[in-house]
Design a protein around this ligand. Structure first.
Ligand code: NAG
Ligand code: NAG
Length: 414
């Protein structure tokens, strides 16, 4: 009976006509008001989160992705056709939770309600969110290139010199073709010195190069960014591009691309609680994999399938990723000529280890036979280890892991 009811509601919502505001999206010149109409579909129900966010529950078939010309006839997939298994499944994560005091994490808005079956939670874009960016054109996009996937071309180096410096403490693999990755990411709330800086802890899945302008990436993790979200909360995010951040790609659902399925998890929403120094630790599990049957790239967060990036968005990623990167990135504006005090991870150096330094653990890759395997031949990158550092390790319980991060400015990082 209950199942029948759910099905009826689902079918109704799938067939419900979307309001035509979406079409405005296709016009070349967007004004703030139009952009808001486009991004914020008429909600089925709205939930006010304690952090001031409004979460709109919108019918799954009215989501922003379907404004994309390539996706207008796209048939939504409600479940992936394949899910990779591996030695470090969620079971293992759970046993760790009880033995090491790890507790489950949730999203703040869930304290105040839930979205109904057939609808998805979408963080409402407010006028202030758009205005903070100064332009509707770059709203939700990355303003600067990341240099984590550094190429050797002098042209790239020149571009990077004219931008604010991005600093990393990352681990990466680049010696195979990869069809996904999974990791547990420790969740903290690093201090970010000023609004035009941010601190992220994330996964990058990449193919192509910045030099050739054809870098494809899929990115997910948590971040603190006043510019994007208007506060200093730790938020779940995703990002993608297929042209090295030039004109395609965006965060979360801010452009038409990612097809969201889950009614429980909103992209861009605040995560609670966060870990505390020498206290309770929290981590999230992110799994991203390429469905071998239709080529879509799925994202699973803890035990929930969040949705997917349709295969048609990408070029180089069609044959799998050639790089997988895990770790932290901050922007160092170097205001006043000094290194920023923006923290990465927990704000503590890797040497402090568990409950003090932030970690990634059970780091795995999806191989050519679509199996999850412990990541091997992991290399590291950090521009200035006296500001932010990384230390990898391996043991029976955590598989491949690393501690990373740091405080930014300190006597050795002036
Ligand atoms: C960049 O240069 C390094 C050393 O100079 C070399 O090992 C690496 O393969 C080069 N990378 C690319 C993408 O050409
Ligand atoms: C975010 O943190 C910065 C630096 O600690 C602080 O100056 C700013 O007021 C905070 N912003 C909000 C909205 O809490």
């Amino acid at each position: 009976m209950k199942l029948l009811k759910v099905l009826v509601v689902l079918i109704f919502l799938l067939l419900a006509p979307c309001k035509t505001a979406a079409r405005i999206c296709l016009k070349k010149k967007l004004r703030v008001q139009n952009l808001l109409k486009c991004l914020d579909k008429p909600p089925h129900k709205s939930i006010k989160s304690p952090d001031g966010d409004i979460i709109d529950c919108i019918p799954i078939s009215c989501q922003p992705a379907f404004d994309h010309p390539l996706l207008q006839n796209h048939k939504i997939q409600l479940v992936p056709s394949y899910h990779p298994d591996g030695p470090f499944d969620e079971q293992r994560g759970n046993s760790l939770k009880s033995s090491e005091g790890l507790k489950p994490i949730t999203q703040l808005w869930r304290l105040n309600g839930n979205c109904d079956e057939g609808t998805i939670p979408v963080r409402r874009t407010k006028r202030e969110d758009v205005l903070r960016h100064g332009s509707t054109k770059i709203f939700g996009k990355k303003k600067k290139k990341i240099n984590v996937l550094r190429s050797n071309s002098t042209e790239d180096q020149h571009d990077l010199d004219t931008q604010y410096e991005h600093q990393h403490a990352t681990a990466f693999v680049n010696e195979d073709n990869y069809f996904g990755t999974q990791a547990n990411i420790n969740v903290w709330k690093p201090k970010v010195q000023q609004p035009n800086e941010f601190s992220v802890s994330q996964i990058w899945i990449a193919a192509g190069s910045i030099g050739a302008g054809d870098l494809n990436t899929i990115e997910a993790g948590w971040m603190v960014s006043q510019e994007l979200f208007g506060d200093n909360n730790t938020r779940l995010f995703t990002f993608w591009t297929r042209d090295a951040y030039k004109s395609t790609g965006c965060y979360n659902l801010r452009c038409s691309a990612f097809i969201h399925i889950s009614k429980y998890v909103a992209l861009g929403a605040t995560l609670i609680p966060v870990s505390s120094y020498n206290g309770a630790q929290y981590d999230i599990v992110i799994l991203i994999w390429k469905d071998p049957n239709d080529g879509n790239w799925w994202m699973r967060y803890n035990n929930e399938n969040i949705g997917y990036w349709p295969a048609s968005l990408f070029t180089n990623l069609d044959d799998g990723a050639t790089y997988i990167v895990w770790g932290g990135e901050v922007v160092n504006v170097a205001s006043g000529g000094q290194h920023t005090t923006t923290q990465m991870g927990s704000g503590n150096f890797p040497g402090e280890e568990y409950k003090k330094a932030s970690y990634f653990r059970n780091i795995q890759v999806v191989d050519g036979s679509n199996q999850l395997r412990d990541a091997k031949d992991v290399k590291t990158l950090t521009e200035q280890s006296s500001c932010y550092d990384i230390q990898t390790g391996k043991n029976g319980q955590w598989g491949t892991y690393f501690y990373y991060g740091g405080p930014g400015r300190n006597p050795k990082c002036p």
